[in-house]
Design a protein around this ligand. Structure first.
Ligand SMILES: Nc1ncnc2c1ncn2[C@@H]1O[C@H](COP(=O)(O)OP(=O)(O)OP(=O)(O)O)[C@@H](O)[C@H]1O
Ligand SMILES: [Mg+2]
Length: 491
Protein backbone atom coordinates (compact mmCIF):
# COMPACT_ATOMS: atom_id res chain seq x y z
CA UNK A 1 0.00 0.00 0.00
CA UNK A 2 1.47 3.36 -0.93
CA UNK A 3 1.61 6.15 1.66
CA UNK A 4 -0.18 9.44 1.07
CA UNK A 5 2.53 11.94 1.98
CA UNK A 6 0.33 15.00 1.66
CA UNK A 7 -1.25 14.90 5.10
CA UNK A 8 1.88 14.02 7.06
CA UNK A 9 3.78 16.26 9.48
CA UNK A 10 7.18 17.37 8.09
CA UNK A 11 10.36 19.17 9.11
CA UNK A 12 13.30 20.18 6.92
CA UNK A 13 16.59 18.31 7.37
CA UNK A 14 18.60 19.65 4.45
CA UNK A 15 22.31 18.82 4.49
CA UNK A 16 24.67 21.62 5.54
CA UNK A 17 26.56 22.57 2.41
CA UNK A 18 29.82 23.20 4.28
CA UNK A 19 30.00 19.85 6.05
CA UNK A 20 28.52 17.87 3.18
CA UNK A 21 30.95 19.16 0.61
CA UNK A 22 33.89 18.44 2.95
CA UNK A 23 32.53 14.91 3.36
CA UNK A 24 32.84 14.43 -0.40
CA UNK A 25 36.59 14.62 0.15
CA UNK A 26 36.60 11.42 2.17
CA UNK A 27 35.30 8.92 -0.36
CA UNK A 28 38.71 7.29 -0.59
CA UNK A 29 40.13 8.16 -3.97
CA UNK A 30 43.84 8.38 -4.49
CA UNK A 31 45.36 10.68 -7.05
CA UNK A 32 45.39 8.03 -9.81
CA UNK A 33 41.80 6.89 -9.31
CA UNK A 34 40.65 10.51 -9.13
CA UNK A 35 42.29 11.37 -12.46
CA UNK A 36 40.85 8.19 -14.01
CA UNK A 37 37.36 9.28 -12.96
CA UNK A 38 37.79 12.59 -14.81
CA UNK A 39 39.10 10.74 -17.87
CA UNK A 40 35.99 8.52 -17.74
CA UNK A 41 33.88 11.62 -18.31
CA UNK A 42 36.00 12.67 -21.28
CA UNK A 43 35.68 9.23 -22.87
CA UNK A 44 31.91 9.25 -22.25
CA UNK A 45 31.85 12.66 -23.99
CA UNK A 46 33.34 11.00 -27.06
CA UNK A 47 36.76 12.62 -26.78
CA UNK A 48 39.35 11.49 -29.32
CA UNK A 49 42.18 13.15 -27.41
CA UNK A 50 42.72 13.70 -23.74
CA UNK A 51 45.63 15.76 -22.43
CA UNK A 52 46.78 15.38 -18.82
CA UNK A 53 49.08 18.08 -17.51
CA UNK A 54 50.54 19.18 -14.23
CA UNK A 55 52.63 22.18 -13.30
CA UNK A 56 54.76 22.47 -10.21
CA UNK A 57 54.38 25.87 -8.56
CA UNK A 58 54.59 24.94 -4.92
CA UNK A 59 51.30 25.93 -3.26
CA UNK A 60 49.93 27.09 -6.56
CA UNK A 61 50.61 23.84 -8.41
CA UNK A 62 47.92 22.82 -10.81
CA UNK A 63 46.55 19.76 -12.57
CA UNK A 64 44.55 19.99 -15.79
CA UNK A 65 42.70 17.44 -17.87
CA UNK A 66 41.64 18.70 -21.27
CA UNK A 67 39.55 16.83 -23.82
CA UNK A 68 38.13 17.37 -27.30
CA UNK A 69 34.79 15.73 -26.53
CA UNK A 70 31.41 17.29 -27.30
CA UNK A 71 31.63 19.78 -24.42
CA UNK A 72 28.83 21.55 -22.57
CA UNK A 73 26.89 24.79 -22.79
CA UNK A 74 26.26 26.94 -19.72
CA UNK A 75 23.20 25.04 -18.47
CA UNK A 76 24.80 21.66 -19.04
CA UNK A 77 27.95 22.79 -17.31
CA UNK A 78 26.07 23.97 -14.23
CA UNK A 79 24.20 20.67 -14.27
CA UNK A 80 27.50 18.77 -14.52
CA UNK A 81 28.80 20.62 -11.45
CA UNK A 82 25.72 19.67 -9.43
CA UNK A 83 26.34 16.82 -6.98
CA UNK A 84 24.00 14.04 -8.01
CA UNK A 85 23.78 15.45 -11.54
CA UNK A 86 22.10 12.24 -12.67
CA UNK A 87 20.03 9.60 -10.95
CA UNK A 88 22.00 6.36 -10.47
CA UNK A 89 18.87 4.44 -11.50
CA UNK A 90 18.86 6.08 -14.92
CA UNK A 91 19.67 3.79 -17.85
CA UNK A 92 22.96 4.84 -19.43
CA UNK A 93 24.10 4.28 -22.98
CA UNK A 94 26.46 1.37 -23.43
CA UNK A 95 29.53 3.59 -23.76
CA UNK A 96 28.76 5.87 -20.82
CA UNK A 97 31.30 5.23 -18.07
CA UNK A 98 29.34 7.22 -15.46
CA UNK A 99 26.69 6.09 -13.00
CA UNK A 100 26.20 8.32 -9.97
CA UNK A 101 26.37 11.90 -11.20
CA UNK A 102 29.08 12.52 -8.61
CA UNK A 103 32.48 11.51 -9.98
CA UNK A 104 33.57 14.89 -11.29
CA UNK A 105 32.97 16.49 -7.91
CA UNK A 106 34.07 13.73 -5.55
CA UNK A 107 37.21 12.90 -7.53
CA UNK A 108 38.19 16.57 -7.78
CA UNK A 109 37.51 17.45 -4.13
CA UNK A 110 39.51 14.44 -3.02
CA UNK A 111 42.59 16.22 -4.39
CA UNK A 112 41.91 19.96 -4.46
CA UNK A 113 39.93 22.77 -2.88
CA UNK A 114 39.11 24.48 -6.13
CA UNK A 115 37.59 22.87 -9.22
CA UNK A 116 37.35 24.95 -12.36
CA UNK A 117 35.28 23.52 -15.19
CA UNK A 118 35.58 25.21 -18.56
CA UNK A 119 33.77 23.88 -21.59
CA UNK A 120 32.82 24.70 -25.13
CA UNK A 121 30.14 23.19 -27.32
CA UNK A 122 30.29 23.39 -31.13
CA UNK A 123 29.40 26.92 -32.28
CA UNK A 124 29.18 28.21 -28.72
CA UNK A 125 31.48 30.44 -26.68
CA UNK A 126 33.40 28.76 -23.86
CA UNK A 127 31.87 28.97 -20.39
CA UNK A 128 33.25 28.20 -16.96
CA UNK A 129 32.16 27.88 -13.34
CA UNK A 130 34.10 27.20 -10.17
CA UNK A 131 33.46 25.09 -7.11
CA UNK A 132 35.46 26.73 -4.33
CA UNK A 133 35.39 24.77 -1.06
CA UNK A 134 36.46 27.81 0.94
CA UNK A 135 33.53 29.82 -0.40
CA UNK A 136 31.05 27.00 0.36
CA UNK A 137 32.56 26.66 3.82
CA UNK A 138 32.26 30.33 4.59
CA UNK A 139 28.76 30.86 3.22
CA UNK A 140 27.17 27.46 3.66
CA UNK A 141 25.71 27.87 0.17
CA UNK A 142 25.61 25.33 -2.66
CA UNK A 143 26.81 27.98 -5.10
CA UNK A 144 29.29 27.99 -7.94
CA UNK A 145 31.31 31.14 -8.35
CA UNK A 146 33.14 32.80 -11.19
CA UNK A 147 36.27 34.85 -10.70
CA UNK A 148 38.78 35.73 -13.39
CA UNK A 149 41.14 32.96 -14.43
CA UNK A 150 44.36 33.16 -16.41
CA UNK A 151 43.96 33.90 -20.10
CA UNK A 152 46.01 30.81 -20.89
CA UNK A 153 43.18 28.71 -19.57
CA UNK A 154 40.37 30.78 -21.04
CA UNK A 155 41.98 30.18 -24.44
CA UNK A 156 42.74 26.50 -23.84
CA UNK A 157 39.84 25.47 -26.08
CA UNK A 158 40.48 27.98 -28.87
CA UNK A 159 42.05 25.42 -31.19
CA UNK A 160 39.16 23.01 -30.82
CA UNK A 161 35.58 23.11 -32.04
CA UNK A 162 34.45 21.65 -28.72
CA UNK A 163 35.86 20.22 -25.54
CA UNK A 164 36.23 20.49 -21.81
CA UNK A 165 38.97 21.53 -19.41
CA UNK A 166 38.98 20.33 -15.81
CA UNK A 167 41.36 22.29 -13.61
CA UNK A 168 42.36 21.49 -10.07
CA UNK A 169 44.03 24.20 -8.01
CA UNK A 170 44.82 24.43 -4.30
CA UNK A 171 45.97 20.84 -4.36
CA UNK A 172 46.13 20.64 -0.57
CA UNK A 173 46.18 16.83 -0.52
CA UNK A 174 49.20 16.65 -2.82
CA UNK A 175 51.09 19.80 -1.85
CA UNK A 176 50.86 20.74 1.84
CA UNK A 177 49.87 24.36 2.56
CA UNK A 178 52.69 26.95 2.60
CA UNK A 179 54.97 24.91 0.34
CA UNK A 180 57.33 27.18 -1.59
CA UNK A 181 58.18 26.54 -5.25
CA UNK A 182 61.85 26.02 -4.38
CA UNK A 183 61.10 23.22 -1.89
CA UNK A 184 62.97 20.48 -3.74
CA UNK A 185 61.75 17.63 -1.56
CA UNK A 186 58.10 18.57 -2.04
CA UNK A 187 58.71 18.99 -5.74
CA UNK A 188 60.24 15.53 -6.00
CA UNK A 189 57.27 14.03 -4.14
CA UNK A 190 54.88 15.84 -6.46
CA UNK A 191 56.66 14.61 -9.58
CA UNK A 192 56.85 11.03 -8.40
CA UNK A 193 53.09 11.05 -7.76
CA UNK A 194 52.55 12.40 -11.26
CA UNK A 195 54.63 9.56 -12.66
CA UNK A 196 52.27 6.98 -11.15
CA UNK A 197 49.34 8.61 -12.93
CA UNK A 198 50.78 7.80 -16.33
CA UNK A 199 51.15 4.11 -15.46
CA UNK A 200 47.66 4.01 -14.05
CA UNK A 201 46.23 5.57 -17.21
CA UNK A 202 48.17 3.15 -19.43
CA UNK A 203 46.59 0.26 -17.54
CA UNK A 204 43.06 1.55 -16.82
CA UNK A 205 42.35 2.67 -20.37
CA UNK A 206 44.52 0.20 -22.27
CA UNK A 207 41.66 -1.16 -24.36
CA UNK A 208 40.62 2.28 -25.59
CA UNK A 209 44.24 3.09 -26.43
CA UNK A 210 44.76 -0.26 -28.18
CA UNK A 211 41.67 0.06 -30.32
CA UNK A 212 42.70 3.65 -31.09
CA UNK A 213 39.36 5.11 -30.07
CA UNK A 214 41.18 7.64 -27.92
CA UNK A 215 44.68 9.02 -27.53
CA UNK A 216 45.73 10.03 -24.04
CA UNK A 217 48.67 12.38 -23.65
CA UNK A 218 50.60 13.02 -20.45
CA UNK A 219 52.68 16.20 -20.56
CA UNK A 220 52.39 16.16 -24.35
CA UNK A 221 53.53 12.56 -24.81
CA UNK A 222 51.15 9.91 -26.00
CA UNK A 223 50.61 7.14 -23.46
CA UNK A 224 51.12 3.58 -24.72
CA UNK A 225 48.79 0.86 -23.50
CA UNK A 226 49.75 -1.61 -20.80
CA UNK A 227 47.96 -4.88 -21.52
CA UNK A 228 47.87 -7.23 -18.54
CA UNK A 229 47.45 -10.43 -20.57
CA UNK A 230 50.40 -10.45 -23.00
CA UNK A 231 47.82 -11.74 -25.46
CA UNK A 232 50.20 -11.25 -28.39
CA UNK A 233 52.87 -13.55 -26.97
CA UNK A 234 52.62 -17.03 -28.51
CA UNK A 235 53.55 -18.61 -25.18
CA UNK A 236 50.52 -17.07 -23.44
CA UNK A 237 47.72 -19.59 -22.88
CA UNK A 238 44.25 -18.26 -23.51
CA UNK A 239 41.28 -20.13 -22.11
CA UNK A 240 37.73 -20.13 -23.42
CA UNK A 241 35.51 -17.10 -22.95
CA UNK A 242 32.46 -18.11 -20.90
CA UNK A 243 29.31 -16.09 -20.24
CA UNK A 244 28.48 -15.17 -16.63
CA UNK A 245 24.74 -14.79 -16.84
CA UNK A 246 23.75 -12.00 -19.23
CA UNK A 247 26.07 -9.18 -20.30
CA UNK A 248 29.16 -10.45 -18.51
CA UNK A 249 31.94 -12.77 -19.63
CA UNK A 250 35.04 -14.36 -18.15
CA UNK A 251 38.24 -15.29 -19.97
CA UNK A 252 41.38 -16.72 -18.41
CA UNK A 253 45.00 -16.20 -19.35
CA UNK A 254 48.12 -17.94 -18.18
CA UNK A 255 51.06 -15.70 -18.92
CA UNK A 256 54.30 -17.24 -20.13
CA UNK A 257 57.01 -18.47 -17.84
CA UNK A 258 59.87 -16.01 -17.47
CA UNK A 259 62.12 -18.24 -19.59
CA UNK A 260 59.80 -18.00 -22.60
CA UNK A 261 59.69 -14.26 -23.18
CA UNK A 262 62.30 -11.51 -23.51
CA UNK A 263 63.42 -10.07 -20.19
CA UNK A 264 62.06 -6.58 -20.88
CA UNK A 265 58.62 -7.99 -21.74
CA UNK A 266 58.57 -9.98 -18.51
CA UNK A 267 59.68 -6.96 -16.50
CA UNK A 268 57.09 -4.67 -18.08
CA UNK A 269 54.31 -7.22 -17.52
CA UNK A 270 54.81 -7.06 -13.74
CA UNK A 271 52.82 -3.80 -13.86
CA UNK A 272 52.39 -1.32 -11.06
CA UNK A 273 52.42 -3.77 -8.15
CA UNK A 274 54.74 -6.60 -9.15
CA UNK A 275 53.95 -10.09 -10.45
CA UNK A 276 52.54 -11.61 -7.27
CA UNK A 277 50.17 -8.74 -6.53
CA UNK A 278 48.98 -8.44 -10.11
CA UNK A 279 47.54 -11.98 -10.26
CA UNK A 280 43.81 -12.53 -10.18
CA UNK A 281 40.75 -11.01 -11.77
CA UNK A 282 40.80 -7.94 -13.99
CA UNK A 283 37.29 -6.52 -13.93
CA UNK A 284 36.32 -4.25 -16.78
CA UNK A 285 33.21 -2.14 -17.01
CA UNK A 286 32.56 -1.07 -20.58
CA UNK A 287 36.23 -1.82 -21.46
CA UNK A 288 37.44 0.43 -18.65
CA UNK A 289 39.52 -1.46 -16.09
CA UNK A 290 38.12 -1.14 -12.58
CA UNK A 291 39.95 -3.82 -10.63
CA UNK A 292 43.43 -4.96 -11.57
CA UNK A 293 44.68 -8.16 -10.01
CA UNK A 294 42.20 -8.95 -7.27
CA UNK A 295 40.91 -12.40 -6.31
CA UNK A 296 37.58 -10.87 -5.15
CA UNK A 297 38.02 -12.48 -1.75
CA UNK A 298 38.09 -15.98 -3.26
CA UNK A 299 41.80 -16.72 -2.97
CA UNK A 300 44.98 -15.15 -1.62
CA UNK A 301 47.77 -13.95 -3.90
CA UNK A 302 50.53 -16.56 -3.93
CA UNK A 303 53.84 -16.81 -5.73
CA UNK A 304 52.90 -19.93 -7.68
CA UNK A 305 49.76 -18.39 -9.14
CA UNK A 306 51.45 -15.23 -10.29
CA UNK A 307 51.06 -16.07 -13.99
CA UNK A 308 47.26 -16.24 -13.71
CA UNK A 309 45.22 -13.26 -14.85
CA UNK A 310 41.51 -13.50 -15.60
CA UNK A 311 39.49 -10.97 -17.53
CA UNK A 312 35.91 -10.26 -16.47
CA UNK A 313 33.86 -7.98 -18.69
CA UNK A 314 30.77 -6.25 -17.36
CA UNK A 315 28.25 -4.04 -19.04
CA UNK A 316 27.18 -0.90 -17.15
CA UNK A 317 23.68 -2.37 -16.87
CA UNK A 318 25.09 -4.67 -14.16
CA UNK A 319 26.28 -1.84 -11.89
CA UNK A 320 23.79 -2.51 -9.14
CA UNK A 321 24.06 -6.35 -9.33
CA UNK A 322 27.83 -6.11 -9.01
CA UNK A 323 27.67 -3.30 -6.43
CA UNK A 324 29.90 -0.91 -8.36
CA UNK A 325 31.02 2.01 -6.16
CA UNK A 326 31.40 5.72 -6.98
CA UNK A 327 35.15 5.43 -7.52
CA UNK A 328 34.63 2.47 -9.90
CA UNK A 329 37.18 0.52 -7.92
CA UNK A 330 34.96 -2.02 -6.18
CA UNK A 331 32.92 -4.83 -7.73
CA UNK A 332 31.28 -7.75 -5.95
CA UNK A 333 30.05 -10.67 -8.01
CA UNK A 334 26.42 -11.53 -7.29
CA UNK A 335 26.11 -14.56 -5.02
CA UNK A 336 24.51 -16.67 -7.75
CA UNK A 337 27.64 -16.41 -9.95
CA UNK A 338 30.32 -16.74 -7.30
CA UNK A 339 30.65 -20.53 -7.58
CA UNK A 340 30.84 -20.42 -11.37
CA UNK A 341 33.54 -17.74 -11.25
CA UNK A 342 35.46 -19.57 -8.57
CA UNK A 343 35.39 -22.86 -10.41
CA UNK A 344 36.50 -21.18 -13.66
CA UNK A 345 39.32 -19.52 -11.75
CA UNK A 346 40.38 -22.86 -10.28
CA UNK A 347 40.83 -24.29 -13.77
CA UNK A 348 42.97 -21.34 -14.85
CA UNK A 349 44.92 -21.48 -11.61
CA UNK A 350 45.79 -25.15 -12.08
CA UNK A 351 47.04 -24.38 -15.61
CA UNK A 352 48.96 -21.43 -14.19
CA UNK A 353 50.68 -23.47 -11.55
CA UNK A 354 51.76 -26.01 -14.19
CA UNK A 355 53.43 -23.32 -16.26
CA UNK A 356 55.03 -21.85 -13.15
CA UNK A 357 56.51 -25.23 -12.16
CA UNK A 358 57.46 -26.68 -15.48
CA UNK A 359 58.82 -23.54 -16.99
CA UNK A 360 56.14 -23.46 -19.60
CA UNK A 361 56.08 -27.11 -20.49
CA UNK A 362 53.39 -26.39 -23.08
CA UNK A 363 55.60 -25.84 -26.06
CA UNK A 364 54.77 -23.69 -29.00
CA UNK A 365 52.85 -25.45 -31.76
CA UNK A 366 55.83 -25.11 -34.08
CA UNK A 367 57.69 -27.55 -31.91
CA UNK A 368 55.72 -30.77 -31.50
CA UNK A 369 58.39 -32.44 -29.33
CA UNK A 370 56.70 -33.80 -26.22
CA UNK A 371 57.85 -32.53 -22.87
CA UNK A 372 59.60 -35.09 -20.63
CA UNK A 373 59.09 -34.41 -16.96
CA UNK A 374 61.44 -36.25 -14.60
CA UNK A 375 58.98 -36.16 -11.74
CA UNK A 376 55.34 -37.00 -12.26
CA UNK A 377 52.65 -35.86 -9.87
CA UNK A 378 49.83 -38.37 -9.37
CA UNK A 379 46.71 -38.12 -7.32
CA UNK A 380 45.85 -41.23 -5.34
CA UNK A 381 42.60 -40.82 -3.44
CA UNK A 382 42.99 -37.50 -1.68
CA UNK A 383 46.77 -37.65 -1.48
CA UNK A 384 49.44 -36.55 -3.91
CA UNK A 385 52.29 -38.78 -4.93
CA UNK A 386 55.50 -37.80 -6.69
CA UNK A 387 57.22 -40.48 -8.74
CA UNK A 388 60.22 -40.56 -11.05
CA UNK A 389 59.26 -40.92 -14.71
CA UNK A 390 60.73 -44.29 -15.69
CA UNK A 391 60.35 -43.39 -19.36
CA UNK A 392 62.59 -40.32 -19.08
CA UNK A 393 65.47 -40.67 -21.51
CA UNK A 394 68.09 -40.26 -18.80
CA UNK A 395 66.56 -43.05 -16.70
CA UNK A 396 66.50 -45.33 -19.73
CA UNK A 397 70.13 -44.52 -20.51
CA UNK A 398 71.13 -45.13 -16.89
CA UNK A 399 69.46 -48.56 -17.04
CA UNK A 400 71.65 -49.38 -20.03
CA UNK A 401 74.74 -48.04 -18.28
CA UNK A 402 74.09 -50.31 -15.25
CA UNK A 403 75.04 -53.28 -17.39
CA UNK A 404 78.40 -51.73 -18.27
CA UNK A 405 79.42 -49.53 -15.34
CA UNK A 406 76.99 -50.17 -12.55
CA UNK A 407 78.57 -47.93 -9.92
CA UNK A 408 78.73 -44.96 -12.19
CA UNK A 409 75.14 -45.56 -13.26
CA UNK A 410 73.90 -45.66 -9.68
CA UNK A 411 75.81 -42.49 -8.85
CA UNK A 412 74.26 -40.75 -11.88
CA UNK A 413 70.82 -41.88 -10.84
CA UNK A 414 71.24 -40.66 -7.29
CA UNK A 415 72.62 -37.31 -8.40
CA UNK A 416 69.73 -36.91 -10.78
CA UNK A 417 67.17 -37.55 -8.07
CA UNK A 418 68.98 -35.26 -5.62
CA UNK A 419 69.21 -32.42 -8.08
CA UNK A 420 65.66 -32.54 -9.29
CA UNK A 421 63.57 -33.25 -6.22
CA UNK A 422 60.21 -31.56 -6.91
CA UNK A 423 60.35 -29.41 -3.80
CA UNK A 424 58.45 -26.53 -5.41
CA UNK A 425 55.55 -28.77 -6.41
CA UNK A 426 55.43 -30.46 -3.02
CA UNK A 427 55.43 -27.05 -1.36
CA UNK A 428 52.56 -25.89 -3.54
CA UNK A 429 50.49 -28.98 -2.78
CA UNK A 430 51.18 -28.70 0.94
CA UNK A 431 50.33 -25.01 1.01
CA UNK A 432 46.98 -25.97 -0.48
CA UNK A 433 46.55 -28.30 2.51
CA UNK A 434 46.97 -31.47 0.46
CA UNK A 435 48.62 -34.53 1.88
CA UNK A 436 51.70 -35.87 0.19
CA UNK A 437 51.80 -39.64 0.02
CA UNK A 438 54.97 -41.70 0.08
CA UNK A 439 55.23 -44.30 -2.66
CA UNK A 440 55.75 -47.06 -0.09
CA UNK A 441 52.45 -46.28 1.55
CA UNK A 442 50.72 -46.94 -1.72
CA UNK A 443 52.73 -49.95 -2.84
CA UNK A 444 54.88 -51.68 -0.27
CA UNK A 445 56.17 -54.51 -2.52
CA UNK A 446 59.53 -52.84 -3.12
CA UNK A 447 59.83 -52.00 0.55
CA UNK A 448 59.23 -55.61 1.52
CA UNK A 449 61.67 -56.87 -1.09
CA UNK A 450 64.35 -54.48 0.19
CA UNK A 451 63.82 -55.58 3.77
CA UNK A 452 64.16 -59.21 2.63
CA UNK A 453 67.39 -58.34 0.84
CA UNK A 454 68.89 -56.70 3.90
CA UNK A 455 67.81 -59.50 6.20
CA UNK A 456 69.46 -62.09 3.93
CA UNK A 457 72.78 -60.23 3.61
CA UNK A 458 72.93 -59.30 7.30
CA UNK A 459 72.15 -62.88 8.35
CA UNK A 460 74.97 -64.09 6.13
CA UNK A 461 77.30 -61.68 7.90
CA UNK A 462 76.33 -63.34 11.20
CA UNK A 463 73.74 -60.94 12.68
CA UNK A 464 70.80 -62.26 14.70
CA UNK A 465 67.20 -61.46 13.74
CA UNK A 466 66.89 -59.18 16.78
CA UNK A 467 70.05 -57.29 15.79
CA UNK A 468 68.75 -56.87 12.25
CA UNK A 469 65.42 -55.56 13.53
CA UNK A 470 67.21 -52.98 15.68
CA UNK A 471 69.32 -51.98 12.71
CA UNK A 472 66.26 -51.47 10.48
CA UNK A 473 64.35 -49.52 13.12
CA UNK A 474 67.22 -47.04 13.11
CA UNK A 475 67.40 -46.67 9.36
CA UNK A 476 65.38 -44.49 6.96
CA UNK A 477 62.88 -45.22 5.49
CA UNK A 478 62.28 -48.48 7.44
CA UNK A 479 61.93 -46.59 10.74
CA UNK A 480 58.56 -45.40 9.40
CA UNK A 481 57.27 -48.98 9.20
CA UNK A 482 57.87 -50.60 12.62
CA UNK A 483 54.92 -53.01 12.25
CA UNK A 484 56.40 -54.37 9.07
CA UNK A 485 59.74 -54.93 10.78
CA UNK A 486 58.10 -56.59 13.80
CA UNK A 487 56.43 -59.09 11.50
CA UNK A 488 59.24 -59.42 8.98
CA UNK A 489 59.70 -63.10 9.65
CA UNK A 490 56.36 -63.56 7.87
CA UNK A 491 57.67 -61.89 4.72
N1 LIG B 1 34.47 16.12 -19.96
C1 LIG B 1 33.13 16.21 -20.05
N2 LIG B 1 32.56 16.46 -21.25
C2 LIG B 1 31.20 16.54 -21.36
N3 LIG B 1 30.35 16.35 -20.34
C3 LIG B 1 30.86 16.10 -19.13
C4 LIG B 1 32.27 16.02 -18.92
N4 LIG B 1 32.49 15.76 -17.61
C5 LIG B 1 31.28 15.68 -17.04
N5 LIG B 1 30.29 15.87 -17.93
C6 LIG B 1 28.83 15.85 -17.67
O1 LIG B 1 28.66 16.00 -16.31
C7 LIG B 1 27.91 14.94 -15.76
C8 LIG B 1 28.35 14.68 -14.35
O2 LIG B 1 29.63 14.11 -14.32
P1 LIG B 1 30.06 13.22 -13.07
O3 LIG B 1 31.36 12.64 -13.32
O4 LIG B 1 29.89 14.05 -11.84
O5 LIG B 1 28.93 12.10 -13.01
P2 LIG B 1 28.71 10.89 -14.03
O6 LIG B 1 29.87 10.75 -14.94
O7 LIG B 1 27.37 11.11 -14.65
O8 LIG B 1 28.61 9.66 -13.03
P3 LIG B 1 29.75 9.13 -12.04
O9 LIG B 1 29.45 9.70 -10.71
O10 LIG B 1 29.54 7.66 -12.06
O11 LIG B 1 31.04 9.58 -12.59
C9 LIG B 1 28.14 13.79 -16.72
O12 LIG B 1 27.07 12.89 -16.67
C10 LIG B 1 28.22 14.53 -18.05
O13 LIG B 1 26.93 14.76 -18.55
MG1 LIG C 1 31.84 10.62 -14.18
Amino acid sequence: MSIDYNNLEKVSAEPYASSMIETFRAIGYNLETAVADIIDNSISANAKNIWFNSEWRGNDSIITILDDGYGMNNDELVQAMRPGAKNPLETRTEKDLGRFGLGLKTASFSQCRKLILLSKKVNCAPVYWIWDLDYVNQTGRWELIRHPISNDYIHALDEQTSGTLVMWTQLDRIVPPNTQTDNELAKERFLSQMDKIKQHIAMTFHRFIEEKSVKIHCWGREVTAWNPFLANETATQTLSEDPIGKEATIKGYVLPHKSRIPEHVYKNAEGINGWVNMQGFYVYRGKRLMLAGDWLGMFKPEEHYKLVRIQIDLSNSLDSDWQIDIKKSVARPPLKFREQIKSYAKTVRSRGVEVFRHRGKILTTKNKQEFQPLWIEKKQGNKYLFIVNRKHLVIEEIKKLVKIESEKAIEYLLRFVEETMPTKSVFIRESEHNEIAKAFEINSEVLKATIKMIVTTQKESGKSIEQIKTLLLHMEPFDNFPELIETMEDL
